[in-house]
Design a protein around this ligand. Structure first.
Ligand SMILES: *[C@@H]1O[C@H](CO)[C@@H](O)[C@H](O)[C@H]1NC(C)=O
Ligand SMILES: *[C@@H]1O[C@H](CO)[C@@H](O)[C@H](O)[C@H]1NC(C)=O
Ligand SMILES: *[C@@H]1O[C@H](CO)[C@@H](O)[C@H](O)[C@H]1NC(C)=O
Ligand SMILES: *[C@@H]1O[C@H](CO)[C@@H](O)[C@H](O)[C@H]1NC(C)=O
Ligand SMILES: *[C@@H]1O[C@H](CO)[C@@H](O)[C@H](O)[C@H]1NC(C)=O
Ligand SMILES: *[C@@H]1O[C@H](CO)[C@@H](O)[C@H](O)[C@H]1NC(C)=O
Length: 938
């Protein structure tokens, strides 16, 4: 709704005309009656509830403005008693929507002392220099109202300004000339709030020159850069200081007289404020609220915190604090919020504490141990109790209070069962006891009053039974996780779970046909369904696929075809039906999807061809069809999958020549086409940098022939310089789906459950390649495995192989390789498996290092080899040696790290949950700080 219709527009026009008619010259414009100016200002904007959606309470104040009345009585308008000038205008959270141009009649209100337009939507208006006309302003609040651009220079006219709030106009630019004015001219300033504006060009030390009357300074998320060395904390009157979320701001605590500091609120979260916290923080005894989240603080928490008796809220989560949890903290009389999660604290919780006002207690993800003390269960006002990810033992006690809303005791070593007292928690929404040693009898009666329960996670415990004879249901349940609970049937109470979004019953013993009613569970709401690792039989469940985004039903015994109903999903992102016995053809619609990112149908009995219907623009990241009976040739439209990272088509009956055209997929890391019917030479390629990101290339067991493709090896950049140290713990895949593969490794067929992104292998075995092995392979320094066995290769083993310093297995067996084993191979310190058997190698087997660990099997059927470990000794140690070879310099392609695996940093306090499913999934997969993708709920 941009406007209110033509009649209204006409009215606006008439008002404007009347103003112009009566007051044609701009100098006399100031004489416009303030009431008409207000009215016209109001008419220049429209009302839109969404414009104030960030406000807790909002209503359209101007809707009650009546032309026939004196504007001094209007809602939000304040007039001077004697002069009748409009001196105050408060239209905060009033649904206003539209632009404020410099011609706005707002600027006729020259006597304004206080102006508050916060919490509206001014449609990215620039803040007009006309604001400078309000020379008498003492209070200006334009926060949270969608202003943009630069803050104007005319700010310097506000020399009486006491309070300036421009916060939450994301990216509003504050530049140095304006900032200097603020410092020099706004000497009366007591409150300055510029959160989330862009102050990247402002020198942090200039903050020190701000008015000494300042009581509030809030520069949260302003992208301040550089060192703040000086005494900002020592400003004599400062009470609220928020410099949080300025990750490039280096803060060091100054040495001033801390006991004089009246600071009540201090937020230095997510700044470069690292190192040890010094003891004198205990002298800031006015402090009520301290936030040091994600600051890389180390050492122990100073016991002097026990002196901060006024403290009500303390958040120091996501640091590296170690040592004991200071017991004095738990005795602070006024503390109601204590977040210390994601640190490395050790020790027990004390048996007695005196502070009983805790409302939120989050100590999760530390190394705390011992039993849960009884006071925990007696805290009368406790709302959030989050202790997950510690090492607590013993039983969960019975709670005395009813106020709890959020309980997470998951990932400990707790025993016993669910406390009975939970049945009284009428406001409980979140209950996770996942991954303990609990023996749970799931009796729904217990939850009969807990009508608000949204999340129930009992996974990874021992469910001794479910009382399936229930009439009661959990009407608000959104997430249910009973994974690894040892259950053998679908819980019937699910039947009525109409609002379910996530259902995880994976890793149980649920057997037989999927009940029909499962299709109605969360009919319009279910996003995530995980039934993998069960004993499900029969045809694929007839689900309502409408809202599903993630389907995991792998490792069951499903038969029949993939139902065409699956084509009804519009937002399916991950489909994993691997390791079942599904037959029929691959549905065209799946291939045609432009949303699907993971299609994992490996190890089924699908037949027919791969449909040639890949969309021009699609989202595929992983396509795994390994172990089916697919035939025909590869559709060229696969080359449309520009985001593809993993393509595994192994163990099918696909034919054709080598799909060199996949080389244009710049993100491709894994290409497996082993055990198919591909044939012919691997010829030249047409794209410029083919396969530059490839790390796993397996074309074994086909009918390829001709020479090894020397030029390809030249371009396999990702196999050259994986930076091991940086990426060693990164895996392929995203947080929902971990890429996995079946591969020959070290002579065994192994399922790699997760693929480290430094894992690089080449397998060309079991083809009919002939000719020599190119020396350039020696440049693929990141290679862990190289298999050329069972071909017709001839010539020497290039001495450059001695440069493959990461190689763990090398199999060149069953070829016609001649000459000696180059002594350079002794340098392969990680080599565990070496197979050179069945060749025509001659001469002395090199000795030393790893070579002392290989046995006869590595060398059998090479008539000319001699020396350890063979029994044949060498008669002539001066036997003919292959000419020394050096690595060719010609392929001096500049190094470029192929891996751009960037996670998005998402700092969040441990008390905050961003959309339940998101927060839940984050810890479900154990990546608390780094997530790659966000799911938006509701
Ligand atoms: C700064 O404030 C002083 C009064 O305090 C005023 O005279 C001067 O004009 C202001 N500077 C500017 C550039 O407006
Ligand atoms: C954290 O602090 C330590 C020293 O206290 C430092 O070595 C490390 O680089 C810091 N890490 C980050 C991410 O700032
Ligand atoms: C608390 O403050 C007092 C007086 O300032 C001091 O003597 C004492 O050592 C402090 N306690 C702690 C634990 O730092
Ligand atoms: C508890 O943690 C402390 C400190 O890490 C350790 O010394 C102690 O052995 C642990 N106790 C138990 C029972 O695990
Ligand atoms: C439950 O929540 C309501 C609304 O916030 C509150 O009024 C009530 O006191 C709470 N009940 C308990 C037992 O805490
Ligand atoms: C199921 O519950 C009803 C009412 O609670 C009871 O009468 C009935 O005996 C129960 N049935 C079984 C098999 O436990």
């Amino acid at each position: 709704m941009g406007c209110l219709g033509w009649k209204y527009q006409l009215f606006c026009l008439l008002v404007l005309l009347s103003l112009l008619f009566h007051f044609p010259s701009s100098s006399s414009l100031s004489a416009v009656s303030p009431c008409s100016a207000l009215l016209h200002f109001n008419h220049s904007l429209s009302l839109h509830r969404d414009a104030s959606q960030m406000c807790d309470i909002s209503y359209p104040k101007t809707a009650s403005w009546k032309e026939d009345k004196d504007c001094c009585s209007w809602d939000g308008v304040v007039c001077d008693q004697t002069t009748r000038h409009v001196i105050g205008l408060d239209l905060s959270c009033s649904w206003l929507n539209g632009s404020i141009h410099s011609s706005s009649t707002l600027f006729f209100l020259l006597h304004l002392r206080s102006l508050n337009l916060a919490g509206n939507d001014f449609n990215y208006s620039l803040i007009s220099s006309e604001f400078g006309k309000f020379k008498s302003l003492t209070h200006l609040n334009l926060s949270n109202s969608m202003f943009s651009g630069k803050f104007p220079y005319e700010i310097s006219h506000f020399s009486s300004l006491v309070s300036l709030d421009l916060s939450f106009n994301y990216g509003l630019l504050i530049e140095t000339p304006v900032w200097i004015r603020v410092i020099h001219n706004l000497t009366q300033l007591r409150e300055l709030l510029l959160d989330w504006s862009d102050m990247s060009s402002i020198r942090p030390n200039s903050l020190m020159n701000l008015s000494s009357s300042l009581t509030t300074l809030s520069l949260h998320g302003c992208n301040l850069q550089g060192k703040l060395q000086h005494y900002i904390l020592c400003l004599p009157n400062i009470q609220t200081l928020d410099l949080g979320v300025n990750s490039n701001l280096e803060i060091s605590l100054p040495k001033c007289n801390w006991s004089h500091i009246s600071l009540k609120f201090l937020d230095l979260s997510e700044t470069s404020f690292s190192g040890k916290l010094v003891d004198f923080i205990g002298n800031m005894n006015s402090l009520k609220n301290l936030n040091l989240v994600n600051c890389n603080l180390t050492g122990s928490i100073p016991t002097s915190f026990g002196n901060l008796t006024k403290l009500t809220s303390l958040d120091m989560s996501f640091n590296n604090f170690n040592g004991l949890l200071p017991l004095s903290l738990l005795n602070l009389p006024n503390l109601s919020i204590l977040y210390l999660c994601y640190n490395q604290l050790v020790g027990f919780l004390p048996n007695h504490v005196s502070g009983f006002n805790l409302i939120d207690l989050s100590l999760n993800s530390n190394f705390l141990n011992g039993t849960l003390p009884s006071w925990l269960f007696n805290l009368p006002s406790l709302v959030t109790l989050s202790l997950y990810g510690n090492q607590f033992i013993g039983e969960i006690g019975e709670f005395k209070s009813n106020s709890l809303e959020h309980i997470d005791l998951g990932y400990n070593k707790l025993q016993g069962s669910i406390p009975r007292s939970i049945c009284r928690f009428v406001n409980l929404t979140y209950l996770s006891l996942s991954s303990n040693n609990l023996s749970i009898m799931l009796e729904l009666e217990m939850f009969s009053k807990v009508k608000n329960l949204k999340l129930l996670d009992l996974s990874n415990n021992n469910l001794v039974g479910i009382n399936n004879n229930v009439t009661y249901t959990l009407p608000n349940l959104q997430l249910l996780n009973l994974s690894s609970c040892n259950i053998s049937e679908f819980p019937i109470f699910l039947r009525a779970a109409t609002t379910l979004q996530l259902l995880d019953l994976s890793k149980n013993r649920i057997y037989g046909q999927v009940p029909r009613w499962l299709g109605d569970v969360g009919r319009d709401s279910l996003l995530f369904l995980d039934l993998h690792d069960n004993l499900l039989q029969g045809s694929f469940p007839t689900l309502s696929f409408l809202s599903l985004r993630y389907i995991f039903v792998s490792n069951n015994k499903l038969t029949g075809e993939i139902p065409s109903l699956i084509c009804n999903t519009s937002s399916l992102d991950v489909l994993d039906l691997s390791h079942n016995n599904l037959s029929g053809v691959l549905p065209k619609c799946l291939v045609h999807s432009n949303v699907l990112s993971v299609l994992d149908l490996r190890m089924n009995s699908l037949h027919g061809t791969i449909p040639a219907t890949f969309s021009k623009v699609n989202n595929f990241r992983n396509i795994n069809l390994n172990g089916n009976q697919l035939e025909g040739s590869l559709p060229r439209s696969l080359a449309n999958c520009r985001n593809l990272e993993v393509l595994d088509l192994g163990n099918n009956k696909i034919k054709g020549t080598f799909p060199y055209w996949l080389g244009s997929l710049l993100k491709l890391r894994v290409l497996v086409i082993r055990s198919n019917k591909f044939q012919g030479h691997i010829g030249n390629f047409k794209t410029k940098f083919p396969f530059s990101n490839l790390q796993i290339l397996d074309i074994s067991n086909n009918e390829f022939n001709g020479p090894l493709p020397r030029k390809y090896f030249k371009y396999l950049k990702a196999m050259r310089n994986a930076d091991e140290e940086k990426v060693v713990l990164k895996y392929m895949g995203d947080e929902y789906y971990h890429d996995s593969l079946n591969l020959m490794m070290k002579g065994l067929y192994i399922e790699l459950v997760r693929i480290q992104i430094v894992f690089t292998t080449i397998d060309f075995s079991k083809n009919s390649f002939s000719g020599e092995m190119p020396k350039i392979i020696g440049k693929l320094k990141s290679l862990k495995g190289l298999n050329f066995s069972h071909n017709n290769l001839t010539g020497y083993i290039p001495s450059s192989f001695g440069n493959l310093s990461n190689l763990e297995w090398l199999d060149l067996s069953f070829n016609k390789i001649t000459g000696e084993i180059p002594t350079q191979l002794v340098n392969l310190l990680w080599l565990e498996v070496l197979n050179l058997s069945h060749n025509q190698l001659t001469g002395h087997i090199p000795s030393g290092k790893q070579f002392n660990t290989f046995d006869n099997d590595s060398y059998t059927e090479n008539k000319g080899l001699c020396g350890f470990p063979l029994s044949k000794t060498c008669n002539n140690p001066e036997a003919k040696k292959p000419p020394p070879l050096t690595l060719q310099q010609e392929d001096n392609i500049e190094s470029q790290n192929g891996f751009s695996w960037q996670a998005i940093s998402m700092g969040y306090g441990c008390g905050v949950i961003y959309g339940m499913l998101m927060g839940y999934l984050m810890f479900k997969i154990g990546k608390p700080k780094w997530i790659v993708k966000m799911v938006n709920l509701e």
